[in-house]
Design a protein around this ligand. Sequence first.
Ligand SMILES: CC(C)(COP(=O)(O)OP(=O)(O)OC[C@H]1O[C@@H](n2cnc3c(N)ncnc32)[C@H](O)[C@@H]1OP(=O)(O)O)[C@@H](O)C(=O)NCCC(=O)NCCS
Ligand SMILES: [Zn+2]
Length: 243
Amino acid sequence: MRGPGRIAVRSVAHDGGLATRPPSRYILGVAGSRAHCSRGGTPVARFRRIDTGAPIAAGSSLLSDAETARLARLRSADDREAFTAAHLLVRSCAAALVGMEPRHLEFVQRCASCGRDGHGRPTIVGHPDVHVSLSHTRGCVAAVAARSPCGIDVEMIHRGPPPRGVLTEREAAWVRDDPDPARAFTMLWVRKEALVKAGIGTLAEVGSLDVLDPGSAGVPATMETWADPPYVGAWVVLDRAPT
Ligand SMILES: CC(C)(COP(=O)(O)OP(=O)(O)OC[C@H]1O[C@@H](n2cnc3c(N)ncnc32)[C@H](O)[C@@H]1OP(=O)(O)O)[C@@H](O)C(=O)NCCC(=O)NCCS
Ligand SMILES: [Zn+2]
């Protein structure tokens, strides 16, 4: 494990049943600087495994009308659970960051592509200095809140051949040399998605976004990657907004 950029996540190991991070032996890699920590507190990052048969329904009254409408359009119960869990988890992260109750925070989304509300990058109304990000996949969700732009992604380990054109040559060689290339690929992929969500480039550009080393993406940031098989995730907090 690389060490210099590592920061502590301001959460206890378990918080009302929400595991905030897996045991440290699962932390795969850490990159970045910690400069932003002095500018506004420690980010709150949490992930949560969703156990089948343990519905997330409690707390779903916190969802906005827009979220409730989107939830109703999801056909799979697993997707509904993951959506709800992620949208509640991001509120819990933001609430912990600002020291308020989740029910007092208004969560909204606006899409930069189509300009509509109800999907796209999430924000917290009335807290322009609070940045949030969330991710959901069947069986696992993750969220982060910070005082500067942030992104998080969680994925099930991609067991097929890696998609073409999404890794730099150096990353591709690194994945090939890893004893578990599928896990190695997914670890890089979640870093890239986390950076995209934080505002660094687009999904179409990730093939040239090197995320192997601290600072290799050219952006001062703190990044942490974890593995909780079959899931891998990463979060990133930028030192400042991209220019
Ligand atoms: C953002 C994106 C990278 C996430 O990909 P994903 O791995 O499939 O899904 P995840 O669960 O990890 O993340 C989804 C969450 O990212 C957030 N998100 C969506 N767009 C975002 C953006 N532009 N920036 C930051 N976060 C975004 C949302 O909170 C979303 O959750 P929700 O759908 O429950 O509201 C991908 O959805 C994407 O590229 N979206 C842009 C596509 C676009 O512009 N569509 C236009 C629709 S009109
Ligand atoms: Zn849109």
